[in-house]
Ligand binder design. Structure first.
Ligand code: 13P
Length: 287
């Protein structure tokens, strides 16, 4: 069922686990993630970046595919279709396309503008029964050409945004999109605690879930993180499995070149990655 992320995240916050947001790029990605969530009886959030949306020919195509796939695969667990790092314009496109959740990433605007735009979207999302994620402090790394310097969130600014009535808040705490460099100092739990103090019960979102050590994930969940985003790790798993298949020459044996065969090892690898993450985040059996 396509639902807003609000209820699943409030349950996760209260139950001290996190729901995974797994970004999708195409049909195989979507199918692997949905089937794994169903198998593990876990709620799930499908993340769509603006770049991935464009790649899939537009947000309407994505929404139609996801809705039809939920029906045709008989998926019964709660699924949210969520715009990841949305621009102001992208948010409106996804509202129109039938997404159930959006992230407005206003972190690069001056805080007053971030507040004004977020406030406007809070009202529309409430009317449509959609959930809204806001961001304060940028997430480091590069995603779809948007480069964040990774500055930590200011807890006072988090309070201002949280008070607008958003459903979840992404606060930069030293997390980075993509793989972490060897000299990465780790998550800033002092910042997370300070943010938590200011925003009270608001479910917090941890971006850059790829490669964060397990103990840090668990600690972040214990401090109020209820949603964790994972993208790169599925891409790496898909690429490695595809490489192995090709390097073994399997695409040249029989009908191994058939895309349904060629893409199968990658699709299976995504399932395995999603399963590991759901187990680590504690969302298994929580649907
Ligand atoms: P990773 O690609 O580092 O897993 O981050 C995903 C993310 O935060 C999407 O918003």
């Amino acid at each position: 069922m396509l639902v807003s992320a609000k209820e699943m995240l409030e349950k996760a916050r209260d139950g001290k686990y996190a729901v995974g947001q797994f970004n999708i790029n195409n049909l195989e990605w979507t199918k692997s993630i949905l089937l794994t969530a169903e198998e593990l009886k876990s709620p799930v959030i499908l993340g769509v970046s603006e770049g991935a949306g464009k790649y899939m020919t537009g947000f309407k195509t994505v929404a139609a595919m996801v809705k039809a796939m939920i029906e045709e695969l008989g998926i019964t667990v709660p699924v949210a279709l969520h715009l990841d790092h949305g621009t102001y314009e992208g948010c409106y496109k996804c509202i129109e396309a039938g997404f159930s959740s959006i992230m407005f990433d206003g972190s690069h605007y001056p805080i007053d503008e971030n507040v004004a735009k977020t406030q406007e979207l809070v009202k529309i999302c409430a009317e449509k029964g959609m959930s809204l994620e806001a961001e304060v402090g940028s997430i480091g790394g590069e995603e779809d050409g948007v480069v964040g310097l990774g500055e930590c969130a200011d807890p006072a600014e988090c309070k201002r945004i949280a008070e607008l009535g958003v459903d979840m808040l992404a606060a930069g705490i030293g997390n980075i999109h993509g793989q972490y460099p060897e000299n990465w100092p780790g998550l800033r739990f002092d910042v997370l605690e300070a943010v938590k103090k200011e925003v009270g019960n608001m479910p917090l979102v941890l971006h850059g879930g790829t490669g964060i050590p397990e103990d840090m994930i668990k600690k972040a969940i214990s401090l109020g993180v209820a949603k964790i985003n994972v993208n790169t790790e599925c891409q790496l798993a898909f690429a490695a499995a595809t490489r192995k298949y090709i390097e073994a020459g399997k695409d040249q044996q029989g009908k191994g070149f058939d895309p349904r065969k060629l893409l199968a090892p990658g699709a299976e690898a995504i399932k395995e990655t999603v399963k590991e993450k759901m187990e680590l985040f504690g969302s298994v059996g929580k649907a």
